[in-house]
Structure formats: structure tokens, C-alpha cells
Design a protein around this ligand. Structure first.
Ligand SMILES: CC(C)(COP(=O)(O)OP(=O)(O)OC[C@H]1O[C@@H](n2cnc3c(N)ncnc32)[C@H](O)[C@@H]1OP(=O)(O)O)[C@@H](O)C(=O)NCCC(=O)NCCS
Length: 169
């Protein structure tokens, strides 16, 4: 287990999360706001887990974590850190199933991750990106203390996104 919040446990993703990842990455809000990862079946989801979060964890010591509700053991989404070429600092990111949005889980998980990054991983500077029309993500980032820095174009997708900064030091 990586983190414990009032209502959630955050743990590393593992191969048993393939079904959850398959569903999450095909949520309408995920495809609209993050992108289509072309994960169409359980094998694609396993490949995503292994080549995405688990590879990032092995390389950098952090990743997107599975958020599990303590009261019923339900996995409700992912929240954590990644590092992308072209973005200078580790990046916070989150995605929840629509039925669990607007219940404070994004804020609760991200606040714990920021503290963990700072206290356990000695990461003093975090960044985040989001689509200019993603009001939920912009509001969440601002509530977490991030400030808008600039618009930037992602090298891999050529997409223009808003870049946010949080300097914890
Ligand atoms: C973005 C996302 C993670 C937010 O998570 P969440 O659990 O719904 O957020 P919270 O309930 O913790 O809310 C945090 C703040 O954002 C606000 N917020 C949440 N959804 C919002 C929306 N759709 N529009 C405007 N504000 C919104 C909340 O009101 C709250 O602010 P407040 O405390 O001032 O009221 C969630 O909407 C999601 O998973 N979206 C799909 C994937 C995605 O877009 N990920 C981000 C990619 S950059």
C-alpha cells in the first residue's frame, strides 16, 4: 500500500486491475479529457498496466495508483504521478469513474499524493496538464494550490494543453 486517506487506500496497480482499467480508459470523460489509449480488451489493459504505470514505477519510483474505497473495496479510479518527455517535472494526474466524481475523491487522493511526493519522494516541484475546456480538472488543480503557468503543445499528440505548477518548497 502506498497511501491511506480518510476514505481511500491508494496502492500500486497490478494485473488484477485489468478489468477496471479497461472500463476506466473507455469512460466517455476519460476519452474526452485525456485521450483514447486504444485499450479495447483485457490484453490491451494488461499491456497498458505493464508498459504504463508499472514501467513508470520501475523507472521513477512513482506512478498512477489504484484508488480503492475503504468502505466497500471498490476501485473508483486512478490518481498519482507520472513523468512525461517534454514536461520538466513529475506530473500529477487523476481519473475517476463518472459515478464517483464530484464527491471529493479527486481532492482527497491528490492532496495525499502531493504530501507523499514532498515528504517521501523529496519532490519539491510538481506540474500538471489539462485540456483548456476541462473545468473539473482546472478547478481541482486550483483547489490543490496549483497555478496556471502557460499553454504548451505535447510532443507526442501535438495537443495544446494548459500547464500548471506547484512548488512545495
Ligand atoms: C477531474 C476529476 C479527476 C475531478 O475529480 P473529482 O473527484 O470529481 O473532484 P472533487 O470532487 O475532489 O472536486 C474538486 C473540486 O473541483 C470541482 N469540480 C469537480 N468537478 C467539476 C466540474 N465538472 N465542473 C466544475 N468544477 C468541478 C469541485 O466542485 C471541487 O471544488 P470545490 O471544492 O471548490 O467545490 C474528475 O472529474 C475526472 O476523473 N474526470 C475525468 C478524467 C479527467 O478529466 N482527468 C483529468 C485529466 S487532466
Amino acid at each position: 500500500m502506498i497511501l491511506d486517506t480518510a476514505r481511500l487506500k491508494l496502492r500500486l496497480l497490478n494485473t488484477s486491475d485489468a478489468e477496471m482499467i479497461l472500463a476506466l480508459l473507455n469512460e466517455e470523460s476519460f476519452i474526452k479529457n485525456i485521450g483514447d489509449k486504444a485499450v479495447r480488451n483485457l490484453q490491451d489493459a494488461l499491456n497498458y498496466i505493464n508498459n504504463g504505470p508499472l514501467a513508470v514505477q520501475a523507472k521513477f519510483g512513482f506512478s498512477f495508483y489504484c484508488c480503492v474505497k475503504k468502505d466497500d473495496g471498490q476501485a473508483i479510479g486512478i490518481s498519482g504521478l507520472t513523468k512525461r518527455d517534454g514536461i520538466d517535472y513529475p506530473e500529477i494526474g487523476f481519473a475517476f469513474f463518472a459515478k464517483y466524481c464530484r464527491q471529493g475523491y479527486g481532492f482527497e487522493s491528490a492532496q495525499a499524493i502531493i504530501h507523499y511526493a514532498n515528504a517521501q519522494l523529496a519532490i519539491k516541484h510538481l506540474q500538471a496538464i489539462c485540456n483548456p475546456d476541462n473545468e473539473a480538472s482546472k478547478t481541482l488543480l486550483q483547489r490543490l494550490g496549483f497555478s496556471f503557468d502557460k499553454h504548451t503543445t505535447l510532443a507526442d499528440t501535438n495537443q495544446t494543453v494548459m500547464l500548471f505548477d506547484l512548488n512545495a518548497s
